[in-house]
Write a protein that binds this ligand. Sequence first.
Ligand code: FAD
Length: 120
Amino acid sequence: MRRPAPREIVVVGASLAGLRTAEALRAQGFTGTLTIVGAEPHLPYDRPPLSKQVLTAQPDPPGTALPLPAALDARWLLGRPAVGLDPTARTVLLSDGTLLRYDGLALATGSAARGTPAAL
Ligand SMILES: Cc1cc2nc3c(=O)[nH]c(=O)nc-3n(C[C@H](O)[C@H](O)[C@H](O)COP(=O)(O)OP(=O)(O)OC[C@H]3O[C@@H](n4cnc5c(N)ncnc54)[C@H](O)[C@@H]3O)c2cc1C
């Protein structure tokens, strides 16, 4: 039996991968509710210039904001990280207590280096 097409998709992580996921969903014809959750208070920005043009104070560093297509039609919930996931109930809990229901979920939270005691 075919599952019904998702009507509500939540993307956790509002950076490059989260943005590209949202763009791909719209490009492939997804017309339902698209919610993008970000831990940071900023809309997606390009990180490489932060360690190159901006920090090296080159004249006229390029803007770091990533272009947002008008057709994305996404709801941005920024500055409130996801802190809980219930795959059975299909809900994501945000740090401010907001509970988001989803039919489809994409995790685009990137990665962080883990230090080792030996490196100290
Ligand atoms: C200073 C710097 C310079 C770089 N230079 C280069 C370069 O020259 N060339 C190159 O190829 N790559 C470079 N990179 C790497 C490149 O920026 C990353 O590959 C790219 O940003 C990865 O995108 P991403 O969306 O997968 O993850 P990220 O950009 O790490 O985004 C993940 C997002 O998820 C959010 N998040 C995490 N947990 C949660 C949660 N629980 N709830 C909600 N949101 C959450 C984070 O706040 C973050 O905004 C650089 C990165 C940095 C930081």
